[in-house]
Design a protein around this ligand. Structure first.
Ligand SMILES: [Mg+2]
Length: 495
């Protein structure tokens, strides 16, 4: 048995010491902080693999997954026309909820209130949305409401929505819940039987977008004395092929991809990994593991066992993953691990924020003006009422009546003028909102926000991710001793 410790960590020569300050970094290269984190106190950094270290080409993956799944749906008795559909791959985003009962797809705000909804890919009007959802609270993660948490799952929504578009009129009683269950089962089957994995392993270059800074990022962390581990739900064979594709030959200092990591844990079965106490097994053979060796791959395991065998744990571990539930939320709720969430959508979001800065500012000013006008209209209406009450009092002098009438006409004019301005302002606001939303995403708007509220996805990111960024290699732009500082939160009463 070999227990590793800090003394075995090879301190590698630290390359370029001078790093630009955070303010000099482009926004897409920054790491954003929700909760203070001192990188110098982190002893070990763990990485998820799929969509974290391995960045897939979303379009290529979606096509592969939809093609494999549509075949399986047809095999289950759905019309062959499903093989010919050309769905809009850009339809879904992460954080959506699928209402499997009504065949609707929803984007909700932090209170689970739907702010946008589509039946298939046909948008519901606000009236239709209200009718369907206003009377009962939505409970995400139940049988009826399925959460779309991962980039893998986007193709489920794409196919489900496209199938509803195609079949709604063809089949007299389309069972939306059944259709969703069949889409899910077919995708799972395609993942299990190798229809998807084998194709990727045969030609990783077709499905993966390599990150030229990944090897340097891992090396920099190691150079700073941090231990690295890989913790993935993928199996050892798939992990080996993908990591080899990413890292082999990237640096002469490392003989293989495995030498970048102190522990390689595969088949981890997250999120169960964070709550159970399963032992690790060797990837070849079934004997349970009593110590980790560099260069070997392990299967199964649990957080408790990992911390025991590694002799490190708690808030000295930073875990980097892309899955809000399986990686970030569970790690946060069931351990003291700190979390860095990789959110590939962030780059687009940041671009849209930059592109629409003028419009967003204008919307903010329109809103402020709107509140002022609404206040004034309410005030003037109250004045009108009191004038009318005075007019109605019996025995009021004629002269006073004349003055009251003149005052009433003046106030009325102000109210009418304000109402005209309000109407124009609201129309301008709506047009801007539509244009900005469409610029963020043609169907859903911002991933993180729902109108002026946080979206449910944005809320989870803020709540569970200590840090978040667009890609793992943004770590290379920060000193390994960097102090990430979160925003100072203000409650409504603070000023
Ligand atoms: Mg992942």
């Amino acid at each position: 048995m070999r227990r590793y410790g800090v003394h075995e960590q090879q301190l590698l020569p630290l390359p370029e010491l001078a790093l630009p300050s955070e303010a000099e970094l482009p926004f897409s290269h920054r790491i954003y902080c929700n909760r203070d984190l001192r990188l110098d106190l982190i002893e070990a950094v763990g990485f998820d693999m799929d969509y974290t270290l391995v960045v897939y080409d979303q379009e290529a993956m979606d096509r592969l997954s939809i093609e494999a799944t549509a075949k399986k749906l047809v095999a289950r008795g759905y019309p062959e026309s499903l093989l010919a559909i050309a769905p809009r791959l850009d339809f879904p985003i992460r954080g959506l909820l699928v209402d499997t009962k009504l065949g609707n797809i929803l984007k909700t705000d932090r209170y689970s209130y739907p702010k946008k909804a589509y039946h298939g890919t046909r948008e519901l009007s606000s009236e239709q949305r209200r009718r369907a959802y206003n009377s009962k609270r939505i409970r995400p993660g139940t049988r009826r409401y399925h959460c779309i948490d991962t980039l893998y799952a986007l193709s489920e929504v794409t196919l489900y929505a496209a199938a509803i578009d195609a079949l709604d009129h063809g089949l007299s009683h389309l069972d939306y819940a059944r259709l969703f269950a069949d889409v899910r089962a077919s995708i799972d089957e395609a993942h299990r039987d190798g229809s998807i994995k084998d194709r990727i392993m045969a030609d990783p270059g077709k499905f993966v977008t390599p990150d030229p800074d990944l090897a340097a990022t891992l090396h920099r962390l190691r150079s700073a004395g941090k231990r690295l581990f890989l913790l993935t739900n993928s199996g050892p064979e798939y992990t080996d092929v993908m990591m080899d594709y990413l890292l082999s030959g990237e640096s002469s200092r490392y003989s293989s991809w495995r030498s970048y990591f102190d522990i390689v844990a595969t088949d981890a079965r997250k999120p169960g990994f964070f709550t159970g106490d399963a032992p690790f097994a060797h990837s070849q053979g079934t004997t349970s593991v009593e110590g980790f060796e560099r260069g070997k791959m392990y299967c199964g395991g649990s957080l408790r066992e990992l911390e025991r065998l590694a002799g490190a744990g708690g808030d000295r571990i930073l875990y980097v993953g892309d899955h809000i539930y399986g990686d970030v939320l569970r790690a946060k709720k069931n351990s003291a691990w700190r979390t860095l969430m990789v959110i590939h959508e962030l780059a687009d979001e940041l671009r849209a924020i930059g592109r629409f800065a003028g419009e967003i500012d204008r919307m903010h000013r329109l809103n402020m003006r709107r509140y002022d006008l609404l206040d004034r209209v309410r005030e003037q209406q109250a004045r009108l009422k009191s004038i009318l009450r005075r007019v109605d009092i019996p025995g009021v002098e004629t002269q006073e009546l004349i003055e009251l009438e003149a005052m009433r006409a003046r106030v009325r004019r102000v109210v009418d003028r304000d109402r005209v301005e309000l109407k124009a302002l609201e129309l301008e606001y709506l047009a801007l909102e539509r244009a900005v939303d469409h610029g963020y995403h043609p169907f859903w708007g911002s991933v993180f926000k729902a109108e002026s509220e946080l979206s449910s996805f944005g809320e989870q990111v803020e709540r569970y991710a200590c840090l978040y960024t667009d890609r793992v290699s943004n770590l290379v732009r920060y000193s390994p001793g960097h102090f990430f500082r979160g925003p100072r939160h203000r409650m409504a009463h603070e000023h």
